[in-house]
Design a binder for this molecule. Sequence first.
Ligand code: BES
Ligand code: MN
Ligand code: ZN
Length: 500
Amino acid sequence: MDWKVSEREETGDVLVLPLWVGKNKPANSALNGLPRSSVINTKSAFKSRFDGKAGSKLSVWGEKCRVVLVGMGDLEKSSNKIARDAGAKTLSSLSKKDGTNLTVRFTTGWNLESMLWFIEGMMLRDYAFVKYRSKDKKEREEQGEWSLDIQASSRYLKELDVGISRIVGRVEGVHLARDLANEPPNYLYPMSYAERAKEWAKDKPNVVVEVYDWDDLQKKGMYGLINVGKGSSRKPCMVLFTLNPNVNSNARSPCIVGKGITFDTGGISLKPGASMDEMKYDMHGAATVFGLMHALYATGHKGRVRGIACLAENMPSAEAYRPGDVIPTYSGKTIEVLNTDAEGRNVLADGLWKSGEFDPSYIIDLATLTGAVVVSLGHEATGLWSNDSELLEKVHQAGNVEDEIAWKMPLLPAFEKEMTGSKIADVRNLGKSRWGGANTAAAFLKQFVPNRNFEEDGEQIPWAHLDIAGTAWGADTNAMVGHGATGIHVRTLHTLITNS
Ligand code: BES
Ligand code: MN
Ligand code: ZN
């Protein structure tokens, strides 16, 4: 999407006027640049039909420009969600057939923050995965990008320009995460993700991407990843991102770890057939890590940030790991495999342990980890667990700011006890019953969060776990997305990392 900011003078093919209740008879400047006939028609729409109620929309057709009045509801009730959703819904209602020059004009009641939210909603919604749809792909290429002219009173223009540049970088990151997650599993597998990461890093001087391939995993003893991935002809790998490796500071920096199962059949504990195709999204944690790294890079983040993607394809085969196996991990702890479909935790065990080597300020993992979290929270919220109350609160708040709700869940000692109660290994990869399955999964992960400097009696590094199984795709209440992957938590983590 091309964009610029300007004063309220001219209009494009379409003029979007988002208006608050009671502020729906705006000054004449709102209609600047329109032909007289359009001015008259729009004014009569103000008088008779349009009241600015939330969700209302009215189009006024004219020969030069179509005016779209968007009802924003009561200004007193305004929130980031309302403004962002309105922007997204507005964009999705427009057709490029009416012209691609779009003017969005902000008038009475709008402030810098709310304008940015509205534009962010529009930009986030401007996405479709048409790569493999011949007709749509051609049409999109022919119609070209939207070109957006954002208009407000002159005193806002400078800050709008800065704010929107930042939004564009974030949106690129979200769309990159969606692209990766939407990609079919025959095209996106562990080493192809790694190649994309390498390619992305190539011309960026302040970015390093390192890949541990099959041989490296063996040398390092990362048997969590190896075991989950060995049943597939597409071998597992670990991808390590570093943004700003050379910052001249001893300050600790965050490390973000993502589950990257490029396809989850369940393995020998095979899943039932219904909706199994959706398990291509089982690498959305790793997609978010990649998208986040891009968003941070594109917005010029100066601090050091690490990302770790744990990539494997979980397949049944003669080479596959099985229920009953005991597997060693990078941490030295052993796992009793009771169900090969509880594979995400096995690969994350190696990723979490690895992150301790960077002595990070905190570790956050993202994973489409359990069906149980979808039972608990539906598609409306991510499950959030943490061993540190301050980090827990910070992630929760960042989620609220971005309207990517991360709901606090309990990390109870009883769940840890359940998961460390194996008779023949250190940790079992399955709870004793199916109850509280998202909590037992979190309790499992906690066993692989290292103590500072790996000291035996030291304190555990602050860590938060985000179970995104319900929010990575499939939420029809998420106005930012038409279909498919959501790019969830790229914005949450961008805000968390850049605000602290
Ligand atoms: N990737 C799935 C979790 C999942 C299920 C995400 C449905 C989104 C929608 C994960 O690997 C898995 O299979 N988890 C099992 C764990 C169980 C065997 C303890 C599950 O949730 O059933
Ligand atoms: Mn699984
Ligand atoms: Zn999985």
